[in-house]
Design a protein around this ligand. Structure first.
Ligand SMILES: Cc1ncc(COP(=O)(O)O)c(C=O)c1O
Length: 369
């Protein structure tokens, strides 16, 4: 009863597939082929199939996936790209790295995702793209977002970094916009043993463009058609991810069962629980609740030995590095309230029933005091 409940424990997952991982890594070491080999190609094929797209390109990170996706859609200096202020920094920095300007639009109070009704007023003659972020593993209202994009001739790059395997009305995250981006950062639902990322698309032209750009703009060794970068997913990561891809559906289903249990247990408490609209399949990268008493709740859980964390404490429009964009506190009231009240609870497939019981008991106890 006294042991703590970790917010996330990656060791348990590794133990469950240790033998396969060792074989996969051993195979790469025996081949001594570390960059752009058969594992990367096989993983690209498998992820494209899984996502319901024609192509996938392995990259060094999810951040690079966003950068290269926006580049492939023609985003550059002077352009504006609309996105959410309530996301991880990499969503907006990909836009800035291209010399374009992030333009924020507020989120929906129940889903924490970009609110399509907030987008239209942000569109100008410089708008080029929208980046919806499927935050915590829940897809955005893609019909609304794709509708706005179509109406105004904008590209859509999905930030599906946290949503591998999530679904929206029968379509997988990443397959709905022009390009979808995944992160394989170790803590993600499909996580590597280091950095990694991938983008998916059904356009052969975009696939070829990104393939060229990720490898120094070179198809023939030492001949460079354009000024590219080095952003390749290495073979060790790809080999491990091929093993994990076989299990991600099962792991996501376990996350769904834990979330359902939490939802049921918390439904009568003065706590805003995550909302999953009909027809959406949540990937539950994170399970986050909202409470005006967030600070006290967080301290209480810490004393009880229960891991909890805040994603994210400061919205992007108020980040020091984005002061020059000219935003102020109060510009995005929903995002600003959410950052004050949000708290993520332990959520990973291997979280035991007894540990879930402890999380539930502690939360109930907090509100009964
Ligand atoms: C929403 C979101 N976008 C982008 C990224 C960037 O991915 P990476 O860490 O693989 O660069 C992350 C994860 O870190 C993320 O959570």
């Amino acid at each position: 009863m006294s042991s703590s409940v970790p917010f996330l424990d990656l060791v348990r997952q590794h133990r469950s597939i240790r033998k396969e991982i060792k074989e996969a890594v051993g195979g790469v070491l025996e081949s001594q082929r570390f960059v752009l080999g058969e594992n990367g190609r096989a993983l690209e094929k498998a992820v494209a199939k899984y996502s319901g797209t024609k192509f996938a390109v392995g990259l060094a990170s999810g951040s690079d996936a966003l950068y290269l996706a926006l580049w492939a859609m023609g985003v550059g200096p002077g352009d504006e790209v609309i996105t959410t202020p309530f996301t991880f920094f990499a969503t907006a920095s990909a836009i800035s790295r291209l010399g374009a300007k992030p333009v924020f639009a507020d989120i929906d109070a129940k889903t924490f995702n970009l609110d399509p009704s907030q987008i239209c007023s942000k569109i100008t003659s410089r708008s080029k793209a929208i980046v919806p972020v499927h935050l915590f593993g829940l897809c955005c209202d893609m019909d609304g977002i794709l509708g706005a994009a179509k109406k105004h001739g904008l590209s859509v790059v999905e930030d599906a970094a946290q949503a591998f395997g999530a679904e929206y009305r029968g379509r997988r995250a990443g397959s709905m916009g022009d390009i979808g981006c995944f992160s394989f950062y170790p803590t993600k639902n499909l996580g590597a043993a280091g950095d990694g990322g991938m983008l998916v698309t059904s356009s052969a032209q975009r696939d070829q463009k990104v393939r060229l750009k990720r490898d120094h703009g070179s198809k023939i060794k030492y001949h460079h058609e354009l000024i590219g970068i080095n952003s390749r997913l290495d073979e060790l990561q790809a080999a491990m991810l091929r093993v994990k891809l076989k299990y991600v559906g099962k792991w996501n289903a376990k996350r769904q069962r834990i979330a359902a249990r939490y939802n049921e247990a918390f439904k009568n408490l003065p706590l805003q629980i995550p909302f999953t609209p009909d027809g959406y399949q949540h990937a539950w990268h994170l399970y986050s609740v909202l409470s005006p008493k967030r600070e006290a709740l967080s301290r209480f859980l810490e004393i009880k030995g229960i891991g909890a964390a805040v994603y994210y404490p400061l919205p992007l429009h108020l980040q020091p590095c984005y002061r020059s964009l000219g935003y102020h506190a109060g510009d995005f009231p929903v995002s600003e309230r959410v950052v004050r009240e949000i708290l993520a609870l332990p959520m990973f497939p291997e979280l035991s029933g007894a540990e879930q019981d402890r999380v539930i008991a502690a939360i109930r106890m907090f509100f009964k005091r």
